[in-house]
Design a protein around this ligand. Structure first.
Ligand code: NAD
Length: 476
């Protein structure tokens, strides 16, 4: 753990951290107990008044110093990310770059905020109104294992920039990069207690949610976990943001640039071994281009060569890493079997690969019943079901036939179709002729069972403050 600027062992059990490519235990971390969580929260509380009163330019400088310190250790951090998460080095590099950009974005953004000041109507004498933003206090940041670094930056950046202090709880299977970042933050000059880390699983997360001093929980993870966090936070009236699961639709119309659509949908669905919240997870392709699309995508997906993320990919191989855990792979296999048992056809891949790591052959599937698990549940692995649609009406109706509402996309050059997709698809984001990618500048988050609250963009800063109105009179 990292508490009050120092490493701390726990008083309870320990957890093994396993390399998903080999099954080998690479490290171990404490399971933080409620007492350990309390120590971390108290440290964050002690640091809060000083940090909140620190000039915003100095807070921005500290965030930049953290980004610089991490960048100086890029190779080690990227390798550590691959070891604990499993993703190929190329993708770990991409995540690391996004992590740095996220911190630097909020360092900049924090210094550009503008307040509201206005002259008030004069029934009680001349007065000025001001709206000031006040940090909330101690924020609990709970992250999953699929993007341990970027999802941390999404919370740490706006929380620290606005003057809050943080206790982070990384996923039990990927705690190492978060711990290293906390250590680097202290070395880079962040005051002790401003950023703390507790390690452990659901019970540790629960203890953080339950702690009375924690004012806000910024959570990314499964919908079911988000539901229990909201239930626990409710009676204490804590602020929560819930970035949850997704089953993003992508629609391909006949006037699309088909080559670009195939290549981009492939990247979007299969990067991170299909374990991304934002990803085209259900494809709806117009009948005029359906055969072409399926054939082109299947050919490309068949060229993947699953293998350890740390091995450099040689052209023309396309590297894809292991699934993160064996349990994750078991769920995927069961979801696929549920569809094939009811008539779906696997055009390529679809098998668990024997060996020590949790490898799986990336798959393309057609003929998937719309009430099967592949259609109704979040599929967190490299499998894309494709449906043939007659027109945009059918595509949008099928796109919206899901409990989720995170991302979505459409491939077309028709302005009316673009307009309809943006207005009619129930999702937090719609990309047009673009990869499902979270830009630092754009607010991002879900609707329906994908949660609420926004990360990224200037809007995320508002999630970490409370507005206070002040009226200043006695001036005449
Ligand atoms: P998860 O919900 O199992 O775990 C996420 C974190 O919550 C972990 O740190 C875990 O230890 C902790 N946790 C578990 N139970 C808890 C409880 N009762 N109280 C407090 N903390 C608890 O999620 P996961 O399997 O690690 O992550 C994958 C999921 O995350 C997928 O559903 C994916 O779509 C989603 N996700 C969403 C986004 C987004 O921005 N919307 C981004 C990435 C991942």
């Amino acid at each position: 753990m990292w508490i009050a600027g120092a490493s701390r062992g726990g008083s309870g059990d320990r957890l093994d951290v396993v390399d998903p490519a080999s099954g080998e235990v690479i490290d171990g971390v404490p399971v933080a107990t409620a007492d350990d969580v309390d120590a971390a929260v108290q440290s964050a509380r002690d640091a809060f008044a000083g940090w909140a009163a620190t000039d915003v330019a100095k807070r921005a400088k500290a965030l930049n110093a953290l980004a610089d310190a991490a960048e100086a250790e890029k190779d080690e951090l990227v390798a550590l990310l691959t070891r604990e998460q499993g993703k190929p080095t190329l993708e770990a590099n991409g995540e690391f770059a996004h992590f740095l950009a996220g911190l630097r974005y909020y360092a900049q953004a924090a210094t550009k905020q503008r307040g509201v000041h206005q002259e008030l109507p004069s029934q009680f004498g001349r007065a000025y109104g001001m709206v000031v933003r006040r940090p909330l206090g101690v924020v609990g940041a709970i992250t999953p294992w699929n993007f341990p670094l970027t999802l941390l930056a999404n919370k740490l950046g706006p929380a620290l920039a606005t003057g809050n202090t943080v206790v982070a709880k990384p996923a039990e299977t990927t705690p190492l990069t978060t711990l290293r970042i906390a250590e680097l933050a202290t070395r880079a000059g962040l005051p002790d207690g401003v950023f703390n880390v507790v390690t452990g699983g659901p019970e540790t997360g629960q203890a953080l949610v339950d702690h009375d001093v924690v004012r806000r929980i910024a959570f990314t993870g499964q919908t079911s976990t988000g539901q229990s966090i909201m239930a626990a936070a409710g009676p204490k009236l804590k602020h929560v943001s819930l970035e949850l699961g997704g089953s993003d639709p992508t629609i391909v119309m006949p006037d699309a640039d088909l080559d670009a659509a195939v290549k981009t949908i492939q990247i979007g669905r299969y990067w991170n071994c299909g374990q991304a919240c934002l990803a085209p997870k259900r494809a709806f392709v117009h009948t005029d281009v359906y055969e072409q699309f399926v054939e082109a995508l299947t050919g490309r997906v068949g060229r993947y060569e699953p293998g350890p993320g740390a091995t450099p990919a040689e052209k023309p191989k396309i590297r894809i890493g292991p699934l993160h855990t064996a349990a994750q792979r078991d769920v995927l296999v069961a979801q696929l079997a549920d569809a094939t048992d009811r008539g779906a056809e696997v055009l390529v891949g679809g098998e668990a690969i024997d060996g020590d790591g949790h490898f799986f052959a990336p798959a393309v599937v057609t003929g998937v019943p719309t009430d099967s698990r592949l259609a109704t549940e979040e599929v967190f692995g490299p499998v894309l079901p494709i449906w043939e649609v007659e027109d945009l009406d059918q595509a949008i109706a099928m796109a919206n036939d899901t409990p989720y509402g995170l991302g979505s996309s459409i491939w077309t050059t028709d302005a009316r179709a673009i307009d309809r997709a943006i207005r009619e698809i129930d999702a937090g984001m719609t990309w047009v002729n673009q990869l499902h990618y979270g830009y630092d500048e754009m607010p991002f988050g879900g609707t329906k069972q994908s949660g609420f609250g926004r990360e990224h963009g200037l809007e995320a800063l508002d999630e970490y403050v409370e507005l206070k109105s002040a009226v200043v009179g006695g001036l005449s």
